[in-house]
Design a binder for this molecule. Structure first.
Ligand code: G16
Ligand code: MG
Length: 219
């Protein structure tokens, strides 16, 4: 069976992680809850609702449902103001080269993201056509580290988990790929993503020979 590739979105294809950080920071500041880049790391790959739950937990705050919903809405509006300015220039270095290589060699490619804004982001940066299947935050009920998003992705591609290769920048996402028995490839800080089968700083490091190694790897 041929291998299939599943890409996470935020922090892998585009650096929207910085927009999430800024907007969560503004929200935390407005509630008087200390928030740092270290804390933000724990929100990567985590759904919007779960992220707000965690921030409130850190600040020992409990909010009525209506206020919780209104804060999530406000955060997303601010986040979208950044997303709406995105163009193909926001695609992270080396990503295009990898997507082009995989596409021209006939490999199936899916997106597996926790974001409910995934389709909008892909269209802003002009990458929608590269993905045969898009599984995003609107299609999953269980957030990463649950493997649901990746299992749905490989299923939609008509493949099986052990033939799937997942690119992820978050610890929760690496855990999800490992639980699904997929090959996990960490993109970013190796000291954080140490549970991944492979680690790379970015896609510039992922050349043809690396892709061949990933394809041959048996978990
Ligand atoms: C992303 C981010 C998370 C964010 C989540 C939900 O997931 O990493 O920080 O909280 O999506 O995003 P939204 O608020 O747009 O629905 P991924 O899986 O693409 O890294
Ligand atoms: Mg991510």
């Amino acid at each position: 069976m041929t291998k299939a590739f599943i890409f996470d979105l935020d922090g892998v294809i585009v650096d929207t992680a910085k927009f999430h950080y800024l907007t969560w920071k503004n929200l935390a500041d407005s509630l008087g809850i200390p928030f740092s880049e270290e804390k933000n790391e724990q929100l990567k790959g985590v759904s919007r609702a779960k992220s707000l739950e965690k921030i409130l937990e850190w600040g020992h705050k409990i909010l009525p449902k209506a206020e919780f919903e209104s804060l999530m809405f406000k955060k997303n509006e601010e986040y979208l103001s950044f997303v709406n300015q995105m163009t193909e220039k926001d695609i992270l270095p080396g990503v295009m080269k990898t997507l082009d290589y995989l596409r021209s060699n006939g490999y199936a490619i899916a997106l597996g993201s926790a974001s409910k804004n995934a389709r909008l982001i892909l269209s802003k940066v002009g990458l929608e056509a590269y993905f045969e299947e898009i599984i995003d935050g609107n299609e999953v009920t269980k957030a990463k580290p649950d493997p649901e998003v990746f299992l749905k992705g490989i299923d939609a591609l008509g493949g099986t988990p052990k033939y799937a290769i997942v690119f992820e920048d978050s610890l929760a996402g690496i855990e999800a790929a490992n639980t699904a028995c997929m090959t996990s490839v960490g993109i970013g800080d190796k000291s954080i993503l140490k549970e991944a089968d492979f680690n790379f700083q970015d896609f510039i490091e992922i050349d043809k020979s690396v892709i061949e190694t990933l394809i041959k790897f048996k978990k």
